[in-house]
Design a protein around this ligand. Structure first.
Ligand SMILES: [Zn+2]
Length: 146
C-alpha cells in the first residue's frame, strides 16, 4: 500500500475527492461534524473509554459527486466528510460521523444489515434514535475487548 503524506491528510486519490480549502465556510461545516465527534466522546466517557483525537477533513468531489457520504482511514483516526453530505441535508450527519469514527478509531469494518455499520446504512434526517448511540457504544466496547 502506498503511503500518503500524513501531514496533509489528503483522501485517497481513487475516491475522487480532495480536501476543501480551509476557508470560513469549510470551518463552519467542520464545526458541525466536530459536534458529533464530541457527542461520541460524551457517550464513551462514562465507560472510561478515551476516544483518540479524530482528524476531520471536509472534502469536495473532483470529478463528479459519487454519492459517497463519508470516508475513514481504518484505524488511523482520520475521517473525510464531503461538504455535500452536510449541506444536502438528506441523511443524518450524526449517524454518518459515528459510522466513520468506528472505522477510523476502532477499526470496525462493515457489518451486513447493521443499521450503523452496514455499508449502505443510511439514516435519513430525522431517523436518528438513541438506539444508534447504544449500538455505537456496544461496538466500541466490543472492539476494545479484542
Ligand atoms: Zn463505512
Amino acid at each position: 500500500m502506498k503511503r500518503r503524506r500524513r501531514t496533509s491528510h489528503q483522501p485517497a486519490e481513487h475516491l475522487g475527492m480532495k480536501n476543501a480549502h480551509m476557508d470560513r465556510d469549510c470551518f463552519k461545516l467542520r464545526r458541525e461534524v466536530m459536534q458529533h465527534v464530541y457527542h461520541a466522546k460524551r457517550l464513551l466517557r462514562p465507560l472510561s473509554i478515551e476516544l483518540p483525537r479524530i482528524t476531520v477533513r471536509i472534502t469536495e468531489f473532483t470529478r463528479h459527486d459519487s454519492g459517497c457520504l463519508g470516508v475513514a482511514s481504518l484505524g488511523d483516526s482520520v475521517i473525510w466528510i464531503p461538504s455535500t453530505t452536510i449541506t444536502d441535508g438528506e441523511y443524518d450527519l450524526r449517524s454518518i460521523v459515528l459510522h466513520e469514527i468506528l472505522h477510523a478509531a476502532f477499526s470496525v469494518g462493515h457489518v451486513a444489515d447493521c443499521p450503523m455499520m452496514g455499508a449502505y446504512a443510511l439514516v435519513k434526517v430525522g431517523g436518528y434514535t438513541p438506539a444508534l448511540d447504544q449500538l455505537f457504544v456496544d461496538y466500541c466496547v466490543n472492539s476494545r475487548a479484542i
